[in-house]
Every structure is written in structure tokens, then in C-alpha cells.
Ligand binder design. Structure first.
Ligand SMILES: CC(C)(COP(=O)(O)OP(=O)(O)OC[C@H]1O[C@@H](n2cnc3c(N)ncnc32)[C@H](O)[C@@H]1OP(=O)(O)O)[C@@H](O)C(=O)NCCC(=O)NCCS
Length: 169
């Protein structure tokens, strides 16, 4: 419970003043916590309506798909929150920024989804596919299609994405 409250606080700070991202991220946190409970446990069963409400409101109405079982670190920032789709198997670190119309998913096998490390930023209209790693603090430019790892602290742009020389931290 303490960890959940800490995560919620970080999410709140990261999205302060942005009603929709706050609603999306806080709803994800609660749904995620419920999804981690052992199946058929009393809390899991009692939480089923909340999990259903999460899907109905956040996925269907708001157009943001972050499955409750996806691992997402605290401080997730969402800009705009339109058309954001994240694989159940993706792993997202702390203080990551995800912009609108971004897809983070598998390329062939369902489990082969990206890992986005702490403090990375993903530009609008990006597609990240396959078992790639976006390194800590890396930036993916708007409209990029990322098929390979992006080293920590670097900037990648384009389709297919290339790392910009001289932009590394
Ligand atoms: C990737 C990004 C951070 C790079 O910014 P920057 O470090 O200032 O880079 P520069 O503007 O100096 O551009 C460097 C080179 O990359 C190219 N480039 C920059 N962003 C690009 C992009 N998104 N796609 C393709 N090429 C891009 C530039 O044309 C330039 O190429 P050149 O050297 O051949 O002329 C920025 O352009 C970007 O895309 N940010 C995402 C912002 C976003 O999603 N906004 C949406 C808000 S809703």
C-alpha cells in the first residue's frame, strides 16, 4: 500500500495540472495493483468491476491502452494521451515521457516488446516495436519508427530511426 501511494504521488507530480493524464495514470496504478493480486483472491474478485471500469473508461473512451499487467515505473508522464497503445509485455521505467499517438509493441512474438529505461522521452507519432531497449534518458523524435536499441542518453529520429551523432549526453 505504501509503495502504491508513493507511485501515485510521483505520477501526480509528473502530470500535475493535466486532468486527463492524471486520470489515466492514477487509474492504471489502481488497476495494475488489483491485477497483481492472486486470481480469485477476495480483493481481486472485489476489484473486478474496477478493472472493467479501467478498460471501459481509459481504453474505450479516452483511447489510451496500457494494460493493467504492463510494468510501468512511477512518475509516468503522458502528454495529451490520445492514441497511446502499449503492449502488455513492454517494460517502462521511472519518469518516462510518452506522447500522443505512440505505439509500443511487439514485432513478431507477442512477448517481444520494448523496454524503455528511466527518464527516456518518446516523441509524438512514434512506433517502437520488438524486443528493443530505449536506454536511460534517451530521446525518440516525433514520427520515428524504432526497430533497434537506442543507447542511453542519445537521440534517435526517423523511419527507420537513426541515432543522431553529437547529440549524446
Ligand atoms: C528529436 C528531437 C528531440 C531533436 O531535437 P534537436 O536535438 O533540437 O535536433 P535538431 O532540431 O538539431 O535536429 C537534428 C537533426 O535531426 C533531424 N530531426 C530532428 N527531429 C526529427 C524527427 N522527429 N524526425 C526526423 N528527423 C528529425 C533534423 O532535421 C536534423 O537533421 P539534419 O542535421 O540532417 O538537418 C526533436 O526534433 C523531436 O522530434 N522532439 C519530439 C517533440 C514532440 O514529439 N512534440 C510533439 C508535441 S505534441
Amino acid at each position: 500500500m505504501k509503495k502504491l501511494l508513493q507511485d501515485i504521488r510521483q505520477d501526480w507530480v509528473a502530470n500535475r495540472g493535466q486532468a486527463k493524464p492524471v486520470l489515466v495514470v492514477l487509474s492504471y496504478r489502481v488497476a495494475s495493483r488489483l491485477a497483481q493480486r492472486p486470481k480469485k483472491d477476495l480483493v481481486w474478485v472485489a476489484g473486478l468491476p474496477l478493472q472493467a471500469a479501467y478498460r471501459l473508461v481509459v481504453e474505450w473512451v479516452l483511447g489510451v491502452e496500457i494494460p493493467a499487467k504492463t510494468k510501468v515505473g512511477p512518475g509516468l508522464r503522458i502528454f495529451h494521451g490520445q492514441g497511446l497503445v502499449v503492449s502488455r509485455h513492454a517494460v517502462i521505467g521511472k519518469n518516462v515521457l510518452l506522447r500522443n499517438n505512440t505505439t509500443i509493441g511487439n514485432r513478431h512474438e507477442p512477448e517481444a516488446a520494448p523496454t524503455i529505461e528511466d527518464n527516456a522521452e518518446i516523441g509524438a507519432n512514434s512506433v517502437l516495436i520488438g524486443p528493443i531497449t530505449i536506454g536511460e534518458g534517451a530521446i525518440v523524435g516525433a514520427g520515428s519508427v524504432v526497430l533497434h536499441d537506442v543507447p542511453a542518453g542519445s537521440v534517435a529520429v526517423g523511419n527507420p530511426a537513426r541515432v543522431l551523432e553529437g547529440k549524446k549526453d
